[in-house]
Design a protein around this ligand. Sequence first.
Ligand code: DUC
Ligand code: ZN
Ligand code: ZN
Length: 470
Amino acid sequence: MSRKIIRNGRIVTAIDDYVADILVEDGQIQAIGRKLACGSDTESIDATGLMVLPGGVDCHTHMDNTFGDSTTCDSFESGTRSAAFGGTTTIVDFAFQRQGVSVLEAIERAQAKGREGACIDYGFHVIVTSVNQQTLADMQHAIRHEGVSSFKMFMAYPGSVMVDDAAIFQAMRMVGQHGGMIALHAENGTIIELLIQEALAQGHTAPKYHALTRPAIMEGEATHRGIKLAELAQAPVYFVHLSAKEALKHVVEARDMGVPVFAETCPHYLFFDESVYDSEDFDLARYVMSPPLRSKEAQNALWTALRTDDLQLVSTDHCPFCMKEGHLGRVNQKPYGRNDFSRIPNGIPGVETRLTTIHDGGVRAGRISLNRMVELTATAPAKLFGLYPRKGTIAVGSDADLVLFDAGQSHVISAATQHGNCDFTLFEGREVTGTVRKVFLRGELLVDGEQWLGRAGAGQYVARGESGGW
Ligand code: DUC
Ligand code: ZN
Ligand code: ZN
């Protein structure tokens, strides 16, 4: 039996903030209290002066995910190592139901990658790209028997992964009856495609046209439509990477009416805005993600919504593609779209910088409380996606996924000192106050300052309970 005691840390959860010891036995929290007694065989870790936070839960990552001709540059190993250094101990990544691959096969393939590479615990949503009776039966099976209770569907990217409203409605109706939830990428795909083709026909090939062809109003339209489909289907719905005021407005309205609508936003929408798209330079490919960055006004509205619970989660949408072709042998990265912005792979890294940026720009800036930071980055994702109370909090019986956080220690964010495969971060050069010191996964020390003690394959698949019931 392995035993550890973390002494004198300031334990911060979504609701509590107090100093105590945490006794860990065989990967779980066994006791919490002041001056806990323990045997001499118990390893003692002094957390005096540090916060002890629940390990972060990031419900939106893309490790080794392929979109079109491009694959994200992080493997399960590099991506989960990077997550751990950022204070995240559980991710929910994506299994992809491609043409000719069933939902259940997609889950098996994703699980195999996780088994081999994951350094932290992980689960999956399934990206569903076509719906028929078999798909619906498989989704039901996945919820009940595979621990996969959420499914992403795209209202964008026609001719690739986009599904129509009828498919979304059918899937919502089924999962709503069985404890599942549909997560929507809400942008009006056909209008965006038209705008893209018009821009290209006019010779507009630079990255900035990615943003100009994906207007906020079309995120608003799709969000409204998604909510109405969910209402009709009597099912909960989740909006991924919400970025626009026009979308937020509909989420707020529906939640005020008691409709089970949930949404996340991502750090890039909270710290950057559309003013970056001010030149024809290809370097702006680093800001190509979907949806694109929005107005400063939208950014302020997102922060307010995080405080008021109109938005429930901060996830990263970690979907890294390198700026330099060939970096670490990765091909078809951002330069793939050098002559055509619509071919630039959509996505940026972020899994390592969530906690520190939200702490610095959210808590220290007075926008959200410390408890709310924990709720947004650990507790709420665990509750919404069926991981709670095993994950997302510090309580007796929970997994001992713990982050020792030095809230007063500053550091400068740089891709050069990060631990994933991507060659850039949008936060390059930003000084943040708040530094992850140690990270434990089920009681095992993964990160000790700059030292990496984790191992590929040590992460466990977590079969999730129901989604959307919170
Ligand atoms: N949506 C995502 O969630 N991630 C990457 C690309 C996209 O469109
Ligand atoms: Zn998306
Ligand atoms: Zn994503």
